[in-house]
Ligand binder design. Structure first.
Ligand code: AP5
Length: 213
């Protein structure tokens, strides 16, 4: 099963992707997490990506596409994967389509989570996440059992640098300008499903599993 997650920043892509990957036994790949891991390790890729992430802008396609295509070529992706944060431009979607078609494969499902901008601002302001396993929490809406600690792996939770209100607004602008056309792209591919992300997490997850089977 090859799945892509679509939706604005804070729509709940990562939250749902972690659970879906667990349920279906497929790999969860978050391009944002890959960039953040690289930044923590001070790699050239991480330092380059930081210039864009701090501004709420997308990292250029020429950096992102190569990185993602290399990752999905690894052996653990043979059984399937769920992409969280990729594609984010039509050029990225076309590059993914081309790479998969060379293996007689394709994206099976594009899961689009629809939320209002107000909800995005509220959610990202309170988000805390695990830098190790990718689990996502909210300080009031979905707190971890032990404050500051990941329920799944016990790692200390962090707040992301790009979750400042002014950066969130820029990320939303980038979403509407560059990423929202992907909804039409995947509708034309015949694989799009839309979900009301204003609903609670359990509801969104259940609706998704009904589509995925
Ligand atoms: P990335 O890390 O992908 O961030 P994003 O797309 O902005 O999405 P988020 O991770 O902020 O939100 P989410 O939808 O996953 O929501 P979450 O589940 O965390 O990208 C960061 C940056 O990296 C980009 O700005 C860009 O610079 C760069 N980048 C990454 N990929 C790129 C690419 N392909 N091309 C170019 N640049 C790229 O949930 C948010 C909060 O809400 C949490 O607190 C959660 O607990 C809560 N929540 C979730 N669902 C619900 C619900 N249903 N009800 C109540 N609360 C909920």
């Amino acid at each position: 099963m090859k799945i892509v997650m679509l939706g604005a920043p804070g729509a709940g892509k990562g939250t749902a992707a972690v659970k879906l990957a667990e349920k279906y036994g497929i790999v969860h790949i978050s391009t944002g997490d890959i960039f953040r891991d690289n930044l923590r390790n001070q790699t050239q890729l991480g330092l380059e990506a930081k210039k864009y992430m701090d501004e709420g802008k997308l990292v250029p396609d020429e950096i992102t596409v190569d990185m993602l295509l290399t990752r999905i070529g690894e052996s653990d992706c043979q059984a399937g994967f769920i992409l969280d944060g990729f594609p984010r431009t039509i050029a990225q979607a076309q590059a993914l389509k081309k790479a998969l078609s060379q293996q007689n494969s394709r994206v099976d499902h594009a899961l689009n989570i629809v939320v209002s901008d107000d909800v995005v601002m509220q959610r990202l302001g309170g988000r805390i996440s695990c830098p190790k396993c990718g689990a996502v929490y909210h300080v009031t809406g979905n707190p971890p059992k032990t404050p500051g600690r990941c329920d799944r792996c016990g790692t200390d939770l962090i707040q992301r640098d790009d979750d400042k209100p002014e950066t969130i607004k820029k990320r939303l602008e980038a979403y509407y300008a560059q990423s929202s056309p992907l909804v039409d792209f995947y509708e034309e591919e015949g694989v799009l499903s839309n979900f009301d992300g204003n609903q609670d997490q359990a509801f969104v997850f259940k609706e998704m599993t009904e589509v995925l089977g």
